[in-house]
Design a protein. Sequence first.
Length: 576
Amino acid sequence: MSRRLRLAFLLVPVVALASSCRHGGAHTVDIGTYLGGEATLVAAEPVFGAHGMVVSNSGLASEAGNEILRQGGNAVDAAVATGFALAVTYPFAGNIGGGGFMNIHMADGRTAAIDYREVAPLAATRDMYVDPVTGKLTNKSVLGHLASGVPGSVAGMAEALAKYGTMPLAKVMAPAIRLAKEGFVVDSGLFRGMRSDRSNVGRFAGKDLFFPGGEAPKAGSRFVQSDLAHTLELIAVRGPSGFYAGEVADALVAEEKRGGGIITLEDLKRYKPEWRTPIRSTYRGYTLLTMPPASSGGITMTETLNILETFGPLPKYGTAAYAHLLTEAFRRAFIDRNEKLGDPAFVKVPMEQLTSKAYARQLASGIDRMHATVTPAFKTGAEPDHTTHYSVADNNGNVVSTTTTLNGGYGSGVWIPKGGFFMNNEMDDFAAQPGTPNMFGLVQGEANAIVPGKRMLSAMAPTIVLDRDGKVLLVVGAAGGPRIITATTEVILNVIEHSMSLADAMRAPRLHHQSLPDSLRYEDGAFSVAVADSLRAMGHALLRTNGLANANGIMRVNGGWIGVREPRGAGKAVGY
Ligand code: DON
C-alpha cells in the first residue's frame, strides 16, 4: 500500500471526529438510526400487487397512498398522499418544512420531473457560515434557525398533483390529516429514532411534543400532532397559500426571527417549484429517466453507467474486478459532480458533455484495470442522515419516484410552534466554504456556493427505468446523501447487469465511493477476505460501513408490481 493511502487510513477517524465537533455533536447519530434502528439486513419479503404498489419508509404512509389508489386515484395522487403522510408518521425525513424531487412517468408516455428543492433565503450570503475571526466553518448550516432553506415540499407536491393527479388536494391529504389529528401508534423504530435525536430536537420548541417529560413517546403509545393537523387542514383548503401565506407563514417567520433565522414572508411568497425535463440516458438498451440539476443524482448516475457500459459485460457481482470498476466509475463521476454541478439558474452546467457516451469513453480509457486511481487531496466529514424515498405504481401503469428530505434527522432541529413541523438544514448541502467538506464529507466547489434564491446541489436520485420495449421496469431511489447515487446505481446494475430479482438486488451488500474521501466503503458481506485483499493490493482504502443507504423500489412483473422496502431498515411495501 502506498504511503499516501496508509495516511488516508489513519486520517479517517481523526478527521471525522473533528468534523463531528463542528456540528456540535448533534448530528453524529449512528447510521442504524436513520434506517429505523436496524443497520443489519433483515428479511424484506417482496410484496405483490396486481393493481398498484406503494413502498415507503413508513407502513402507515404506504397505506395512506394505497388508500388513495383503491379510491381510484392515480400514482401521482397516491404519491402526494404518501408524501403528506410521511410528514406525519416519519418526521425525521418526511416533511412540509423541507424539499424534494419527484420523477413522473405516465402510461401515455409523458415524463416529467418536478424540483421542489429549497432555495437560499434572500438575506443569505456566501460566507454566512464562516466564522469571521477564525475563518473556520461554524455548525450553523447544520443546527438551528440559520440552517434552513426556504421550504419547497408543499408547493411541489401541490403543483405535481394539479398537473398530473386526478383528485383534489383535500382528498389526497385526508389520510395525513387523520394520522396527525387522531394520532398513530408509535413503533419501536420511531421511538429509537426519536430518542437518538434528542440532542438536536430537544434544544428547540419541539421538545415538549417529542420529549414529554424528557422522554420520547414510548413504542405502543399514541402520538397526536394537533398543530400539524391544523396546518395540513389549512393547506388542504387553501392550497400552497395555506403554507406560504397566512397564519402558518406568520408562525414560521416569527420562529425564524425569535431564533436568529433569516427566512422572511417575502422568501415564502417567492418560492416556486421548477418543472424539469428528466435526464434520459441508456444502459445496455434500457432507458433511465433520472433527475437533472438542481440534483446531481441523474448526471452522476448517468456518467457512472456510461463509463461501465464501455467495458462490455461486467465482471460478476462480488468479484474484486467488479468492485474496482464500479469504484473507479463512481470516483470519476463524483469528481465532476463536486466541481461542476450547481443550480442551473445560477451556473452553467455542462450537462450534454457529462452525460455523453463519448465523454464516458474518454473517462473509461483512464481506468487501470489493476490499480486504483488516487483522488488528489484527502478530506472527510461526519455523516448524519435522514431523507426518504418512496416509489408508487398504479393500475394503469403510471409511476412516480420521489425523494424528499429535511437533510439531517429532524433537519435543523427547529420546530415551528403552532405550525407543528420541523425545518430543514438543507443549507449545509451548499459548499458553505468551497473546498471544505460538508456533513457528508463532500468537497464541493464554487458552482455550489451560496447565493440568495439559489438551490443547493442535491444527490437525490428518484429514478424510473424502462425496459428495452420502453415499458416501466423499475421505480427506485434512496436516502443517504451521496450514497443515494451509488446505492440507486447498484440496485439498477444488480437487476440489469447481474439479473437479480428486485429483492436480491436490494439486499445485496453495497459499496460506495464519492471521490473524496478517497475510501472504498462497503457493507458486511460485500467482499470475501480474498476479494478484500485483492482490492487493497490494487490500492483501494477499504472502510467497512454498514447501512450505506436506504432504498425503496418497485419492479414491474407479469400481472402486476413487486414492491421491496429497504431490507436494512423500517418501511413497508403495500400493494393491492
Ligand atoms: O439532497 C441531498 O443530497 C441531501 N440533503 C440528502 C440527505 C440524505 O439523504 C440524508 N439521508 N439519509
